[in-house]
Design a binder for this molecule. Sequence first.
Ligand SMILES: Cc1cc2nc3c(=O)[nH]c(=O)nc-3n(C[C@H](O)[C@H](O)[C@H](O)COP(=O)(O)OP(=O)(O)OC[C@H]3O[C@@H](n4cnc5c(N)ncnc54)[C@H](O)[C@@H]3O)c2cc1C
Length: 412
Amino acid sequence: MDFNDTPEEAAFRAEARAWLEANAEPLADGEQPEMGENLSPENVAAAKAWQKKKADAGWACITWPREYGGRGATPMENVIWNEEQAKFKTPGDIFSIGIGMCGPTVMAHGTPEQQARWIPKLLSGEEVWCQLFSEPSAGSDLAGLRTTAVKDGDEWVVNGQKIWTSGAQICEWGILVVRTDPTVVKHAGLSYFVVNMKSPGIEIRPITQINKAQGFNEVFFTDVRIPDDQRLSEVGNGWAVALTTLMNERQSIGSGMGVGSLEDLVDFAAGIEIDGKPALEDSAVRERIADYVTKARGLKNTSLRTLTALSKGLPPGPEASMGKLVGAVLQQEAASFAMDLAGASGALLDADATPDAAAWQERYLSLPGLRIAGGTDEILRNIIAERVMGLPSDARADKGIAFKDIPTGPPQ
Ligand SMILES: Cc1cc2nc3c(=O)[nH]c(=O)nc-3n(C[C@H](O)[C@H](O)[C@H](O)COP(=O)(O)OP(=O)(O)OC[C@H]3O[C@@H](n4cnc5c(N)ncnc54)[C@H](O)[C@@H]3O)c2cc1C
């Protein structure tokens, strides 16, 4: 593997940087890019404007095929774009679900009419999308979901509840998996729809998280009507469509985990004092940080192996399953160490009182979510055990049983 840009990649980097320099303000020394989703009205407006600007110049959705308005860029060029964009002040990202998961699913399973209706406004940032999959008793076991859709003429009537729906409160559209046939095994009775989030009968209740943010929601459906022409793929084929979404979800969450935030840890330790000297000069601190950075570099190189495979048109190898599992734990440990270094101020989540330490607190409190979203640590270990190592599969007590016959309460 060659770590240097090829001449084509170097040219792409120069072009990306030139456009960014002409259209955005560089981050000041030590300033961090906006982390994660920010759902304030100001950020939503700024993020939509930034997305539109990129779309007009051909820098939005750069890995999407050209026929859908993308740039047809390679995975490696996407990494280069992200590296360059991270050096500039840009609004918090509100499009990751739409661009990373919903768009590719509509491209793979939508009719030409559906694609023409949804893709352009997703690309230009006019419309924001969310993912309505998880339910109170269906997360890891997504195919056990209980929200139903019943056909009525040219429409479907949806009833049930979704939960953990990121960004639902600011979205125009959502991708929705529902049960349309409870008389067959659980995976076979699902169908997949695109729902207008402003439809009558949808109630969105934000959930306040440990870090005080309201990033996700409960979404209740009461007799919500969805036109049949908003169904993706055949009735009963929802699981196959959902797998396309989930595959894209894991790819977009797993990539990008790694060394970035640990460079901040080095800067942070350089600015904090222990016994009158910068913490970074303390040998125990140096050893710990070196350990994290070594692991992060290993992760980055592992993800580059995946990219090399993708660039050569090969399927990603087993290493693709490791990014989120290893990276999220590593980031959590590093954030915890930074809070220890900050001493008493590490306990404060008040950006006015302790701007630097509060940023680590904020990160520490957000990271458990990353170990759950898009597949928990345990589920990722199951995937590695079964699909990578070839170990026997997890016991599945409901195998071969029609969904309606799966016991849901204590034995009678
Ligand atoms: C920040 C965040 C954002 C999210 N955004 C969205 C979103 O936008 N849309 C959406 O639909 N969902 C979203 N989710 C939900 C997410 O997909 C689920 O939380 C996740 O799939 C786990 O499901 P669950 O919460 O129901 O936990 P459960 O599946 O009930 O798991 C509970 C515990 O049991 C363990 N467990 C479960 N099954 C097994 C098994 N077979 N073997 C071993 N251990 C097991 C799990 O690892 C976990 O520790 C989000 C979650 C988070 C944290």
